[in-house]
Write a protein that binds this ligand. Sequence first.
Ligand SMILES: Nc1ncnc2c1ncn2[C@@H]1O[C@H](COP(=O)(O)OP(=O)(O)O)[C@@H](O)[C@H]1O
Ligand SMILES: [Mg+2]
Length: 236
Amino acid sequence: MITLKRVSKFYDTNTQVLRAVDFSLGKGDFFFVVGDSGAGKTTLLKLMSGEEKPSKGSVLLNGVADVSTDSRVIRSFRKRTGFVHQDFKLFLDRTVLENVSLPLYFGRAGTGIKRISLFGGSVKKVVLDAMKLVDLPEKMFNTKVGNLSGGERQRVAIARAIINRPDVLIADEPTGSLDHNHTWAIIDLFQKLNLKGMAIILATHDRDIVRKVRKPTAHLEKGVLRFDTREGACLF
Ligand SMILES: Nc1ncnc2c1ncn2[C@@H]1O[C@H](COP(=O)(O)OP(=O)(O)O)[C@@H](O)[C@H]1O
Ligand SMILES: [Mg+2]
C-alpha cells in the first residue's frame, strides 16, 4: 500500500536523518518502529503520510503514485492515512465534537457525507461512531478537551485520526505521556482497529510494549532501518 524505495532524508545538507530506507506497509499490517530519541522515527512516519517529502528515493502509494511528484498525490496520501501526532495537536478550548470532526472539513473520502454542517445530523453520527470505536462515552460529545484526562485526550486524537476511515493509521509515540493502564488500553485499541483491517504503524521507545505485543518491528539507528520479523523479538 505504502512503499518507501531507497528513501533518504536530509533537513539540511550536513544532517542526514534517513539513509536509503526500504520499507513497505501492506493492507492490514501492524508494524512497530523503534529507536532512540532523534533516530528519525517521526521523520519516517511523516514521509509515509506525505507530510514530508524524500530528499532521495521515492514514496509510493499502491506501487504507482509518487508522493514527491505533485500535490494531488499528497492529498490522496492524506486521505488514505490517519495520523496521531506525538503531542496530540488537539484544541483544548474546543469540544470533543469540534476536535474529532475537524478532518471532515479537509477530506471526506469514504465517509459518505455530502453536506457538512457542524450541527447537522450526519457529522454528529460520524463523530459518535468514531467515539464509539475508541470507547469514548457519548456524553463527552460536548465536553471541552481541556477538561479530559490524558488517556481520554489520546482517544480523542485517535478518533480524529480515524474519522475518515483511513486504510493506514500512523501513530507517533501514542502512549508517550500515558500511565501503565492507559498505555495498555490504547495498545488494545490499536490491535482492535488492526483486526478491523486497518494497517497500523506505531513508533515507540517503550521496549515493554514491543516485547509483549509481538508484532514485526523496524529498528532505526543512525538513519538505517533494520527489521526483525521474528514477532516479539526485540533488537534494542
Ligand atoms: N523539521 C526539521 N528540521 C530540521 N531538523 C529536523 C526536523 N525534524 C527533525 N529534525 C532532526 O532530525 C532528526 C530526527 O528527528 P525525528 O524524526 O523527530 O526523530 P525521533 O522521532 O526518532 O525522535 C533529529 O536530529 C531532529 O533534530
Ligand atoms: Mg519523534
